[in-house]
Structures are given as C-alpha cells and as structure tokens.
Design a protein around this ligand. Structure first.
Ligand code: BGC
Length: 776
C-alpha cells in the first residue's frame, strides 16, 4: 500500500498495521515546539507512539569500552512526553479498535494548506454496531503551546457512546535502543509532580530524573451534542481522563473538541508551568476550534505564498516536494531558540539530536522562505556558545567548537573520529549565519548573535590550523562530511568552509567595529585571518586533474564495488571502519558539497571532472547526499541524473528508501528535495551574499516554478524549456542574475530571458548497484 497522489495532501486509505510506524512519521504534526506523531486517536493499533517537546530530554551515561581524554560523559535522549492525543471510544461496550470488527472505510489525510491531519473511519463493531468517526487535529503554528483535536462520531443507529479523553504519561513503548543505559533512562522517564482535574480540564506535571527538566501537559474540552450526557474527570500521577457518556440517536452526532497545552522548563517551578499551560488552554478556548483552524490556514497561506514550488509534469513529485516543504516548516516554525533535530519532532531517531544537517541542509530553505525560523535556530546555536567555547578549551583549542550531535549544546557523540573530529560543524554554523545575514540584512541578529558566532568559529580555525612554508595554511586531523574517511589532513570541504568563515568573520567585524572591540578582535588577528584564508591548502591531484577530497585520498586503494553485494549496504553496518577509512569509498557528498557551497572556488571544468571522479565512488549510505548530487549534476549538464537524485531525496521518506522512516523523517533529505529544485534546476547560488540563478528544466518536466524571499522582496521564478521568467510578488525590486547576466526585476514588470543550452558533460557512472533510487 502507499500514499494517494494529490498536489496538496498526503492521504492513506485503509488500515495497514505493518505500515503504521512509518505513516505515523509522515502524518506527524509539529510547530517546532510540540511534535505529535500520527498515531490513531484510540491509541491502538500503533507503530511507535511519540509526543515530543523540543529541547526536552533525559540524560544518560555514554558507553565506552576504553576511555580517553575529552570524551563526552553524558548522552541526551529525547523523551516521549505525556500523550494528549488519546481519545478512546466505546460503542455500546466495545472499544473501537480497528483490528477487530470491520473497517468499512478508513482514510487519513495530511493537508498541507490547512495544516491538519484528518481521519474518517467507518467502523462496524464485532457485534454489528456501526459508527463513523471523523477527527481533525492540529499543532498550532500561531499558538505555540497549543494542539487541538476535533472529534466527531456519527452512529448509524441509536447507540450509547462513551468517550475517554486522556493525558497519559510514561506510556509503555517498546524500547529499541541497543544500549541498555539509554533504554533504562527512557523506561518510565517521567516522575510525577502534580495532578489536578476539575470540570473538563486536567493538568499533569512531571520531571525527568537526571536532566531535571520539568514539563506540564494540560487538556480541556468542549462537548457539543443535543443529547443528555454524563461527564466525569479524574487525574492520578500518570493519567488524567475526561469521560463523556451519551446516548446518541440515529442521525445524531457527538462532537468533542480537545484542547492541549504543553510547556517545559529547566528553571520554572511546577506552579509556574501549570499556570503557563492553563493560560495556553484559555487562549485556545477563547480562539475556539474554528478560530484555530482559521489561524492555521492563514499562517500556511502566508508560507506557501513565499515558499511554494510548482512542478508541471510529475504529480507525485509535486506532492513530495510540498510534503517536504511542509515538514521542514513544521520542524522549525516555532522552535524559538531551540535546535532543529535531524528528524525534527517526528520520531525518536538519532535520539532527537541536532546535527550539521540543520545549518547546511535545512536552514537554507528556511532562510529563503521563513527567515524568522532560520534566525531562531541560529539563536539556539548562539545560546550554546559558552558550551562550544568550553569544548574548544577542553580540546586545547581557541574560539568555539560546536558539537557534532546534541540537544542542549553539549557534545553527545561517543565516537570521536566522526564526532569531535568533524570540526566542519563550526564552519557550517558560520556558513548558515553568514547566509542568513546576507539574505535578510537582519542587523539586530548580526549584532546580537551573528558576529560573535563568526568571530568565535574563526578563532577555532586559527587554533586548529598552521602555516606550512610549502602547502600554505593546513588543517590536519579532521573529519569532513564523508564519514567513510576520518581524521584526514586538509579536507577540501572543511578548508573551504573555514576559508569562508575567516573572511565572513572579518567582514562582520568591519560591519560591527564596536562589537569587534568588545570581542577583543585586534588588527593583528584580522590580518592573520586574511592570511590564513588566502593561503588555505586545497589539495589537488595534478596527474588525475581532480581535487583530492582530502590529502592523499586519490592514492588510496579503490573499493571493490563489483564484489560488494546489495546486502552489504549500508557499508558501515557490514564492513569495518578501518577498511572504509583507507579506501576510496565515499558515504556522502563531500567534495561535491564543497563544489555546491563554495562553487566560487572551482572552475566549470574542475567541477565536471571532480563530479565524474567522485560520482563513481559515492555510495550514498547517508540520505544527506542525493540533494547535493542533484545540484552538481544539474550544474554540469546531467539533467536526467539530477532528476533521479531529486526523486531519491524527495522519496526518501515517502518510499522509505532507508527502511528507517519509522524513527522519524529525514529533515535534511526533505530539505534536499527543495535544494535539488531551487539550487539544482533553478541554479540558485549565493556566493558572496549575492543571489544568482542559472535555471534549466529537466526533460522529465514541462516547467516548474519556485518562490523565495530575499530581504523585503518575495519573488517567483518560472522556468520552462526555453526561458525563465522572474517576477516580484511583493516588495521592492529584485537584483539578481540569470546565467551570468545581471538583471533588475521591478515590481509589476516580469523579466523573461532565454535559457542557454546545457553544457555537454563527460559521461558519469555510479558504483555498481548504487544508481539513484527513485520511485517505488
Ligand atoms: C550522516 C551525517 C548526518 C547524520 C544525521 C549520518 O548518517 O553521515 O552526515 O549528520 O547522519 O543525519
């Protein structure tokens, strides 16, 4: 079974118990603060229930066979908090459970414009009683602490119905962590502090044992029926239940709206949290269900007006791209100084950690469509600067070393070759910071956060690198994006991102001289940054005429792809790291990513040769790769190949290409689908803070268009086979370029320009069996 195709919705018809866990990820609702997986209201059958609050985690010890200096001690894991989604229904005395009786029809629909998850089920109980249940739920974009569920039952005959609406903490779930320490930390993770119930409202407050974070969840209800009803509410430590019993005649209906309020804090007291969630409920009740729907719709109308991507020629791709945009929006919309995790708030995968995924893959999309969300995610990084400074100090460096994976800003990676040594993450944070400031001109952010991030990360490179009389400024012993190489010298990606970091830090100090003084940046330091950036070592193999991903890479033995069976992938689970590390096999775009983000550092000929070389050695065991390969394939002229990579990025979750969507959606890959369209086929680049386009339509499409924001301007680019049209949707004129030609697009006056023929690219191939995977 699979999803039904619709340009603005994702729908699933019928109940497929085995697919529940992955559809729960796709049907997850979130606003970046609260995340509700798409479990059925009645709680069962279920795949993997989950309710998350961004930043709310439990701590546990990290496992080490052998210790070492500077290893992080504490791990962090996202907690499944109090579940407010549950609404159980008894039809006469039979619980609605779709594994029993007969589901005459059952459909769930995630609507990208209303921002709600709808469900309609016609069910016949084992004794032949029929009801139709219609539900709609939302996690509010406008009222950050609020979620709501509208629940309607229509019986086919006179019937007695009992509805039980719950808040359930410490929900028993199967723990899938291989590490007993994590499993123990997550077994009954919440300790009850407080429970109260009155009227139709209840509040439960809990805290975690080790991280000491406190949370509260509250629910309130309105019930709408013409019939006599009896209600009851009670609360105990881990359960609050509001019950409605009513006799509904044939043709009648019972409608119930459940309002949920969530809050957490490391500092605030239980009474303060209670007050906060109750206030959230009062606000939501005041707005009412219809009001919440209207606000949600208006929020999304604004989003789509500035972010939509339209695809003419492939309906499933159209759906997949809007699905991707919707979920990336959900991950970041109201995070407000919290991280955007690798899975957003759609599942427990990666323990709920945020990675460089956020700055390099997710934030570009947000920066150009919902810049406030990008700003807030960068403010989270800024709020962790003290921890990053401390980590740099601990590692004997200067400046700030941001963690490889984290929830609260402290490093949680227990594997230092792909964690601590992946210093590029600090350059990635700097990259996203500079990109955001250039795209928005947000001076306040630049003053309060941006410049400080840029300066402290620049200092890290100066401490990590050194000048060599022959090679220039070397950065040795680091791990680049490709995790099948580790602790290498002069990784081109890292060095180019460091080079940009150093230059952007200097530029920021030029913009903010007072701040630079406060940060004790001296003239001497500025000239050291400039010298290091100018002399940055970029290894190049003159014989092969390609860049070396890192020094010596092209001299390594080749991987024996011909004798690697399909079942050998992902390689990290089937071959030892030592062997991966010493061979020319690439997990994910690394040099190719450098050619995207720092395309200004390569000539077109170098890009074509490098792409062909690395394409033949990249296995894409990470979902982060396909979007980037699409971008370079498109630039080089491989439009069909770029399209296949777009499909792989766009369908990673919808087709569950990595067989792990049950643990949550891959935010970087979803964002990668946008990147493949906008930076791939749209040819969007923003080197040196200037936006440029070089669009080309792939043969599989008739035309496509995309919308973006740049400073005060919202604009649309429409591309067909022959030409591209630029149009200002709102705001002042747009200054950009089209295939190298500078253009100014005035509001009200479209600019249409021809598309030059694509270059003739050299032939490329992938490792055997690793061709892009597209559509199931
Ligand atoms: C990738 C990393 C990525 C992480 C989280 C790993 O498989 O290699 O680059 O940050 O997943 O998505």
């Amino acid at each position: 079974m699979s999803y039904l195709t619709d340009p603005w919705k994702l729908a699933w018809r019928g109940l497929d118990v085995d697919s529940l866990d992955r559809t729960e990820s796709s049907f997850a609702l979130s606003n970046g603060h609260i995340g509700l997986r798409g479990t059925l209201e009645e709680g069962e059958p279920r795949g993997l229930p989950g309710t998350y609050l961004n930043g709310f985690y439990e701590e546990h010890q990290l496992p080490y066979g052998e210790g070492g200096y500077g290893y992080p001690e504490a791990g962090q894991t996202v907690v499944n908090v109090t579940d407010g989604k549950i609404i159980r229904l008894l039809v006469e005395d039979e619980p609605l459970d779709m594994r029993y009786g007969r589901a005459l029809s059952h459909e769930r629909v995630l609507d990208f414009r209303s921002g709600t998850l709808r469900r309609e089920t016609e069910w016949e109980s084992p004794t032949g009683r029929r009801v139709t249940v219609r539900t709609e739920r939302l996690v509010s974009f406008t009222q950050r602490a609020v979620a709501a569920i509208h629940y309607e039952i229509e019986p086919a005959d006179d019937i007695q119905l009992v509805v039980q609406s719950d808040l359930l903490a410490n929900e028993p779930i199967e723990q899938r962590s291989g590490d007993p320490r994590v499993a123990a930390a997550l077994d009954n993770p919440l300790v009850a502090d407080f429970a109260v119930a009155d009227g139709s409202r209840a509040v439960l407050a809990h805290h975690t044992r080790k991280s000491g974070l406190r949370m509260a969840a509250a629910m309130d209800h309105t019930v709408d029926t013409k019939d006599n009803l009896r209600t009851n509410i009670h609360a105990e430590e881990d359960l609050a239940r509001f019950t409605v019993a009513v006799d509904v005649p044939r043709g009648g209906r019972l409608r119930l709206t459940k309002y949920l309020g969530y809050g957490w804090s490391a500092n605030r007291s239980v009474p303060a949290l209670r007050a906060q969630v109750e206030a959230a409920l009062d606000g939501a009740l005041q707005t009412g269900w219809e009001g919440l729907l209207a606000e949600q719709r208006a929020f999304l109308d604004r989003f789509w007006a500035a972010a939509d991507v339209e695809v003419d020629g492939d309906e499933r791709v159209q759906q997949a791209i809007r699905f991707a945009l919707f979920h990336v929006l959900q991950a970041g919309a109201r995070g407000e100084t919290r991280a955007i995790a690798g899975k957003g708030l759609t599942g427990p995968g990666y323990d709920g950690h945020a990675f460089w995924d956020s700055e390099i893959f997710v934030l570009p999309l947000l920066t150009y469509t919902v810049p406030e969300a990008a700003r807030d995610a960068l403010r989270w990084r800024h709020s962790t600067l003290d921890k990053a400074r401390e980590r740099a100090r601990q590692l004997g460096q200067r400046g700030a070393a941001f963690p490889w994976r984290s929830i609260n800003g402290a490093e949680c990676s227990a594997y230092w070759p792909a964690g601590t040594a992946a210093f590029h993450v600090s350059g990635d944070v700097a990259y996203a910071t500079a990109q955001y400031v250039a795209a928005t001109g947000d001076e306040e952010f630049d003053r309060e956060c941006g410049t400080e991030i840029l300066v402290e990360t620049a200092r890290l490179w100066m401490a990590l690198g050194h000048h060599d009389p022959h090679d220039g400024f070397r950065i040795d012993g680091v791990t680049g994006p490709d995790e099948y190489s580790a602790v290498v010298d002069n990784n081109v990606y890292t060095n180019l991102i460091a080079q940009k970091n150093l230059r952007e830090a200097a530029a920021a100090c030029g913009r903010q001289p007072d701040l630079a003084r406060r940060l004790e940046v001296t003239g001497e330091e500025l000239s050291e940054w400039a010298k290091a950036a100018d002399r940055m070592a970029i290894p190049y193999d003159r014989k092969l005429e390609v860049h070396e991903q890192a020094e010596g890479f092209t001299a390594h033995a080749e991987w024996d792809f011909a004798n690697t069976p399909e079942s050998g992938y992902p390689l990290l689970l089937n071959y030892p790291y030592f062997d991966l590390y010493r061979k020319q096999v690439i997990k994910q775009a690394d040099l190719v990513l450098a050619m995207h983000l720092r395309g200004d550092a390569f000539s077109p000929e170098e890009k074509a040769r490098n792409f062909a070389y690395y394409e033949a050695r990249t296995v894409r065991d990470s979902s982060l790769s396909a979007g980037t390969q699409a971008v370079l394939a498109a630039e080089i002229g491989h439009l069909d190949l770029a399209y296949s990579y777009l499909l792989e990025a766009a369908f990673t979750d919808l087709d569950d290409l990595h067989s792990n969507s049950r643990n949550g959606l891959h935010m970087a890959s979803l964002a990668g689908a946008w990147t493949a369209m906008v930076a791939g086929f749209g040819g969007m680049r923003d080197h040196d803070g200037r936006l440029s386009f070089a669009p080309r339509t792939p043969p599989a499409l008739n035309r496509f268009s995309f919308r973006m924001r740049l400073r005060e301007t919202c604009f649309c680019v429409t591309v067909d086979r022959e030409s591209a049209t630029y149009r200002v949707v709102a705001g002042p004129p747009l200054h950009t370029s089209h295939h190298g030609e500078a253009i100014v697009v005035e509001p009200g006056a479209e600019v249409t320009l021809p598309i030059p023929p694509a270059p003739e690219p050299p032939k490329v191939s992938q490792p055997e069996g690793r061709e892009p995977r597209g559509r199931g």
